[in-house]
Ligand binder design. Structure first.
Ligand code: 8DG
Ligand code: MG
Ligand code: MG
Length: 148
């Protein structure tokens, strides 16, 4: 049920932030964006808030517990160069670790090669489509140090 007769899907992707410059990224094994570095995230389920989806997807994919979840931005992307073309509205959130020392686990190894912390100012390449564009445009997921 994908392609032209289908409708766009909503996804939530989460910038899990550590310190002043680190974000959690993993290399994708899923067909859309395969081998590209992406954030943890997934599809919004019926009845979920963006915050609930962020908490659930980060927990399912990495085992990490997050809080201080905030909305950042949204992108609208059509992925046509794959077997099942998809149109995804992606909601980008940011969040912090409840416990700064908690380690990320690769809980869905069929979808991701593994998680690690990377400097957002010097990210691994290639970044997954929407993230690549955001990085090129100088987007920062970190809170502005002037608002407290
Ligand atoms: P689910 O079955 O667990 O609900 O979904 P998933 O398998 O975890 O989905 P996903 O592909 O990880 O995420 C859903 C879509 O979100 C993905 O196909 C495209 C969009 N998306 C972006 N940017 C990012 C990103 O940085 N990370 C993730 N995970 N998804 C992203 O547009
Ligand atoms: Mg998922
Ligand atoms: Mg996912």
């Amino acid at each position: 049920n994908d392609g032209m007769n289908s409708r766009p899907k909503v996804a939530v992707a989460v910038f899990v932030l550590k310190g002043n410059n680190k974000v959690l990224l993993g290399r994708r094994r899923s067909s859309v964006g395969r081998d590209n570095f992406a954030l943890p995230g997934g599809h919004l389920e019926f009845g979920e808030s963006f915050e609930e989806c962020a908490v659930r997807e980060v927990k399912e994919e990495t085992g990490l517990d997050i809080d201080k979840i905030e909305y950042l931005t949204v992108t609208n992307n059509v992925y046509s160069g794959v077997a099942k073309p998809t149109h995804i509205v992606a909601i980008f959130m940011r969040a912090f670790l409840v416990d700064q020392n908690q380690m990320a686990q690769n809980l869905e190894p069929e979808k991701c090669e593994g998680w690690d912390w990377y400097d957002w100012k010097n990210p691994p390449q290639p970044l997954f489509g929407p993230l690549h564009t955001m990085a090129e445009n100088g987007f920062s997921p970190f809170p502005d140090p002037t608002d407290c």
